[in-house]
Design a protein around this ligand. Structure first.
Ligand SMILES: [Zn+2]
Length: 483
């Protein structure tokens, strides 16, 4: 059958399905939205240090595979109805490190690097996209959503689509991959689910996601509609969703994602993750805890690990610079307990913190990682407490990297024109600018972020209808099942 005709029929079927509530935007299940995942992953790839990995992942086909992997991970959350349990099963599984570790093991057995084939590189790129998405969900849900609740009394149902919308409204969106996934490999890996995951099941999820959202025709406009719908309720979130100083913000995910990509590149080559198990700590070196109040999530310290670990096998110790211990509670990822394998773990102080003080956290590992290594590493990292609650004005200074995201810089680094974001003069914070102050210009072939066309309005209406039909299934899911 003519592929265009096929697509038209699929589109009609999807719209009919929408009218019946058979599909849903994946907002309740996707943490921050798909646009955010694709872009944090793309920015992380562009910010890798010069070398073989950066060169490979910046190949246009390989980068496309990675960006699509970052979208694919949520594709299973879209359908409702007959195939819903199967699509959700592959989607949820794809988020977590058991799947990523299976994928790493598959590559090491069946197609270890060095690679000459573009297919091998694309397969790795796709895995990087899935892995980055899963990590970003763990970070956002374990750190940022608690701040949305604390400041805006908001929840995931609105914070997820809204942050995609703010990225669109603020002109940050520039990636839109085309479909790619390594079919044989993922179908083989999904056999462990015993859920009968077939090509048709995946097709069902991808068609829904691509028709309604991940497409160059209407995706950015639909996202912008979500932003406008929710921004009045999310004042703090609107201001800080892209603030590199705010732990768990979209922009704060770039550097840890970059480190995780590098760690996975090591894992497929058989390098140890156990020797240096901590990839990143919030607050990053050079930043500080934004709050002294133990009730404020901005007083929490969170690490990202090089391979999933169990918080129960890590003994942290938090001390002020004069040796005074700080009382804390220890937590695993948002979606699992401390006995589950996860890439994120966290300390929350149990007492008011002193202002303007240096402290250290020592993370002592003594147990297994998900790749069957045992880590006994002990990692000590600095944590500075803020001088002024909620403020960036602290003599400690904030020179930590944010992940370059100004397209001027990225464009120059990659030898191509800048894309559509420009930063208003006088409103940026140094060379990297300020996301909230960004504006669009009309160059570079950028998409409009407004639903200006009839198509845009149609898709936005369809997506809103879908959004209202599905709520909060994810909070009943348990990462434990995946651990
Ligand atoms: Zn997700």
């Amino acid at each position: 059958m003519n592929p265009n005709k096929t697509r038209t029929l699929i589109t009609r079927a999807l719209l009919a399905g929408l009218a019946l509530g058979a599909f849903a935007l994946p907002a309740p299940a996707s943490s921050h939205g798909i646009m955010g995942h694709m872009h944090v992953t793309g920015w992380a790839i562009e910010n890798l240090p010069p070398g073989e990995l950066r060169d490979m992942l910046n190949d246009p086909e390989v980068k496309n595979a990675a960006l699509f992997g970052a979208a694919y991970t949520d594709s299973g959350y879209w359908p409702k109805g007959s195939m819903e349990s199967q699509t959700r099963a592959y989607g949820e599984h794809t988020h977590w490190e058991p799947f990523i570790q299976d994928f790493v093991a598959w590559i090491r057995v069946n197609d270890p690097p060095p690679w000459t084939s573009i297919e091998s590189k694309k397969r790795f790129g796709f895995m990087i996209g899935c892995a980055s998405h899963g990590l970003q969900d763990e970070i956002f849900d374990s750190i940022f959503l608690d701040q949305v609740d604390f400041h805006d009394n908001g929840n995931q149902d609105i914070a997820d689509p809204a942050t995609d919308g703010f990225l669109s409204i603020d002109g940050h969106l520039r990636f839109m991959p085309t479909e790619y996934y390594p079919k044989e490999t993922v179908l083989e890996l999904y056999q462990t689910l015993n859920m009968g995951i077939t090509e048709e099941v995946i097709r069902y999820g991808l068609d829904a996601m691509e028709t309604l959202y991940v497409n160059p025709r209407s995706g950015y406009a639909v996202a912008a509609g979500f932003g406008r719908q929710h921004e009045a309720k999310l004042g703090w979130t609107r201001t800080h969703y892209f603030d590199p100083d705010v732990p768990g913000s979209i922009r704060s995910e770039i550097v840890p994602t970059m480190h995780y990509i590098t760690a996975l590149w090591g894992r497929v080559q058989g390098h140890s993750a156990a020797e240096n198990p901590v990839l990143f700590q919030y607050p990053d070196d050079g930043r500080f805890l934004r709050s002294l109040d133990p009730a404020d999530p901005a007083s929490w310290v969170t690490i990202v690990t090089a391979a999933a670990a169990k918080a129960n096998f890590v003994m942290p110790d938090w001390k002020l610079d004069d040796g005074t211990p700080i009382a804390f509670s220890k937590h695993g990822t948002h979606w699992g307990g401390p006995d589950q394998f996860a890439r994120v773990m966290q300390l929350r102080p149990l007492e008011q913190l002193p202002a303007g003080r240096a402290s250290t956290v020592t993370w002592s590992f003594n147990g297994p990682l998900i790749n069957d290594e045992v880590s006994t590493a002990s990692v000590t990292l600095p944590v500075e407490t803020t001088c002024i609650e909620g403020s960036g004005a602290c003599p400690i200074g904030c020179d930590a990297r944010t992940g370059i995201t100004t397209p001027d810089e990225v464009g120059a680094a990659l030898g191509r024109p800048a894309s559509c974001v420009a930063v208003e003069e006088g409103s940026g914070s140094g060379a990297e600018g300020s996301g909230a102050a960004a504006k669009k210009d009309d160059g570079g072939g950028c998409q409009t972020s407004k639903p200006a066309s009839a198509w845009g309005a149609l898709w936005f209406a369809a997506a809103l209808l879908a959004l209202r039909s599905a709520r909060s299934t994810r909070r009943h899911q348990d990462a434990a099942a995946k651990g």
